[in-house]
Design a protein around this ligand. Structure first.
Ligand code: PLP
Length: 381
């Protein structure tokens, strides 16, 4: 029997319709989209159709979409591209204490180059207090970059509220929406931000492709040197099949979005009820606050999370810690630490993440397997 896949925040299965949309660009329409001949222009037309699909989903103009190699590159381009554009003078940036390393490490790098970075703290549910932002903003703040939903615990940040503070000051605001695009409505204008990054493989598209969306007029310097592709903002021959796949994934996500939160969120809630019923001494992280509907991070008191993940793997459930580990060493998650997570579950937390393909039957079966694994580990120690 195939494992029950509950690691959809790490990546999702490419939708067969996405694969269909990509195939012609590998097989037939392989010409370079920068070539002026007909085959080149056909490849370009496919790419531009995908750009319009991204723009529709995110609510930005099509010429405010730069295709990248994924979420990490989009985030790097947003942060470094704004900082190095020279449009604003300053040395100060604002982010949060619980960012994905794509943001966190980029900020670390800028710090090593003499910039000052304010990392906003979070409460016990992983929520940034919107008021804390106003207190750290300075006349020389270059950029604010905050994640929309935590990849680890799913907490959704009050981005629109924060943007209302930042925008009047003319400070560019970037949001890492890798965990929310295709899951909840994500609209550049409604959020009130200037730049937004996301990644195709989190919404049933192919890996190695993503997009940075931005409002017209946002300062953005390219971070590589080369050709004039992507309106000079990201040189290099575009990954046309991947981009066609991203476009198809966005079209599908847009169509399925109205039911995603209700269906997947409903399954997540019944999963959490089942686990609560079957397993004593657990903590469901960030349960009281708005969360991305597909993420459930559960702390099992007194057990080692890695042991649970390995045991689940053997028993046929794929899950993960959800925390990107820097050194290969088993360190407690920086996100849970920032949330001042109780010590009993700091090392015993596992992330389960669902997708639109997850079934109610899988949820019931997975809950029983998880209960069995945790009970066994607790008995053995
Ligand atoms: N930001 C968040 C919140 C993520 O969850 C991830 C991937 O897990 C990324 C950024 C990086 O995206 P990619 O894997 O496409 O580089």
């Amino acid at each position: 029997m195939d494992p029950i896949y509950l690691d959809n925040s790490a990546t999702t299965r490419p939708d067969p319709r996405v694969l269909e949309a990509m195939l012609p660009y590998f097989r037939d329409m392989y010409a370079n989209p920068s070539s002026v001949h007909m085959p080149g222009q056909r490849a370009r037309a496919g790419m531009e159709e995908a750009r319009r699909a991204v723009a529709r989903l995110i609510g930005c103009p099509a010429d405010g979409v730069v295709f990248t190699s994924g979420g990490t590159e989009a985030i790097n381009l947003a942060i470094l591209g704004v900082v190095r554009s020279g449009r604003r003078q300053g040395r100060h940036l604002v982010t949060s204490a619980i960012e994905h390393p794509a943001t966190g490490r980029t900020m670390d790098y800028l710090e090593s180059q003499g910039y000052t970075v304010s990392r906003l703290p979070v409460d016990a549910n992983g929520v940034i207090a919107a008021g804390s932002l106003a207190r750290v903003l300075r006349p020389d703040t270059l950029l604010v970059s905050i994640m929309h939903a935590s990849n680890e615990v799913g907490t959704i940040q009050p981005i629109a509220e924060m943007a209302a503070v930042v925008r009047p000051l003319g400070i560019p605001f970037h949001v890492d929406a890798v965990q929310t695009v295709g899951k909840i409505p994500v609209d550049l204008t409604t959020l009130g931000v200037d730049l937004l990054s996301f990644s195709s493989h989190k919404l049933h598209g192919p890996k190695g492709v993503g997009a940075l969306c931005f409002r017209p007029g946002t300062p953005l310097a390219p971070q590589m040197y080369g050709g004039h592709q992507e309106l000079g903002r990201r040189p290099g021959t575009e990954n046309v099949p991947g981009i066609a796949g991203l476009g198809a994934a966005c079209r599908l996500a847009g169509e399925l979005l109205p039911e995603f939160a209700a269906r997947v969120g409903g399954l997540r809630d019944s999963f959490e009820s089942e686990i609560t019923r079957r397993v004593p001494d657990i903590v469901i992280h960030a349960r009281p606050v708005p969360r991305a509907p597909h993420i459930s991070k559960i702390g099992f008191a007194g057990v080692d999370g890695e042991a649970v993940i390995i045991s689940l793997d053997i028993l046929g459930v794929a899950a993960s810690s959800g925390s990107a580990c820097s050194s290969g060493a088993l360190e407690p998650s920086p996100t849970l630490r920032a949330m001042r997570c109780p010590p009993a579950v700091l090392n015993g937390s596992v992330r389960f993440s669902l997708s639109r393909e997850t079934t109610a039957e899988e949820i019931v079966r997975a809950s029983a397997i998880i209960a069995e694994a945790v009970t066994q580990i607790r008995r053995l120690q």
